[in-house]
Design a binder for this molecule. Structure first.
Ligand code: NAD
Length: 320
């Protein structure tokens, strides 16, 4: 079956950018969100707005969800006239949200009971990589479903890793976000040491960049902190969801983590102080406020842009 018609549910900070790359690749794109305003730009670029999930499913063979929380995913899938009520053996559901691996397994079984197929494909790399189409994608589920989805996924992202059984991609996604969050928090402390010691923050940024303390988060998000915009397009509600999921998985596996509970506690304080929709990077402001010092430096951008040319999606080859 040729999948020319794609349905996309959830057009937020990252979902809208993933959807735009589908549109650029000449698919027919049917879109739905509870907030129609989030669809304006896509509609102007040729996406077709549908006013219900049943309509979206009737018009598409692949349905993508990119939603904020496991609770909302579950609602969209299981409510009356939601995804599961409407899908049939023609359909493949691809979950691109960062979600609970357990929920993912449960929902995919319910989808399969309707004769349809399911795949998890969370993305990682941030809003700017989602926009350029160079974002990384982790995929879990049956290999035959991965093969069906690959032509589409290769239009959305660049490095695509097939992780194996259902749940493994959601778990790996939460693991990498855990590491990114530790990084973010430690970058705030590192820069504050530099500032108080009297090292110019531009020098500090580049010193870290060319040395062993460098990281993806430093190269990208530190620039937004130094600018003062914090505008990373990833919000506190979502980072707290991800850290909660990491905590849950590590508890289920009886791993006595020490950093994870502390990290989760600090981000919950940040969410309470700055609000659900404040940017994850503003966690550094907790320390800035406590020290009554800001971490600003001139000539850093207020938003990130991926300067790499769009690369056609490839499956990450682990054979060598
Ligand atoms: P967001 O909060 O910006 O957007 C979520 C969208 O879902 C909104 O447009 C909202 O109106 C819509 N929505 C909420 N409830 C709905 C419902 N019942 N039916 C239909 N639409 C509904 O979130 P985002 O940043 O786009 O992230 C989406 C998912 O991708 C999350 O799971 C997040 O963790 C993950 N993610 C985000 C980023 C990022 O940088 N923002 C990166 C990787 C992964």
């Amino acid at each position: 079956m040729k999948d020319n018609n794609i349905g996309f549910i959830g057009l937020g900070n990252v979902g809208s950018k993933l959807a735009k790359n589908i549109l650029k690749s000449n698919y027919n794109l049917f879109i739905y969100d509870i907030n129609k305003n989030s669809a304006k730009n896509l509609i102007n670029n040729g996406a077709i707005w549908v006013d219900s999930i049943s309509n979206l499913i009737n018009k598409s063979t692949i349905i993508i969800t990119c939603l904020p929380s496991p609770k909302i995913v579950s609602e969209v899938l299981q409510k009356k006239n939601g995804v599961i009520d409407n899908i049939n053996s023609n359909h493949l559901w691809i979950e691109m949200s960062t979600t609970d691996e357990n929920e993912m397994i449960k929902l995919s079984k319910k989808v399969e009971l309707k004769g349809a197929n399911a795949l998890e494909a969370p993305v990682t790399g941030g809003q700017h990589k989602a926009e350029s189409g160079n974002i990384s994608i982790f995929v879990g589920g049956k290999r035959k479903n991965f093969n069906r989805a690959f032509p589409l996924l290769s239009k959305i992202g660049y490095q695509i890793l097939y992780c194996g059984k259902m749940g493994s991609a959601s778990t790996l996604k939460v693991v990498t976000n855990y590491l990114a969050s530790i990084n973010l928090l430690s970058i705030g402390e590192a820069l504050m040491v530099c500032k108080k010691y009297g090292i110019d923050l531009k020098k500090a940024y580049h010193g870290i960049r060319i040395s062993s303390g460098n990281s993806f988060v430093h190269e990208t998000e530190t620039q937004l902190i130094l600018n003062g915009s914090y505008d990373v397009g990833f919000t506190m509600d979502l980072v707290c969801k991800d850290l909660g999921l990491f905590n849950k998985i590590s508890k289920n596996l009886n791993i006595p983590t020490k950093i994870s509970p502390l990290l989760f506690k600090i981000f919950k304080i940040g969410k309470k102080k700055f609000g659900d929709r404040s940017f994850s990077t503003s966690i550094v402001k907790l320390l800035e406020d406590e020290c009554k010092l800001n971490l600003r430096s001139k000539n850093f951008p207020s938003q990130l842009k991926d300067n790499d040319a769009r690369k056609k999606g490839i499956e990450v080859n682990l054979k060598n």
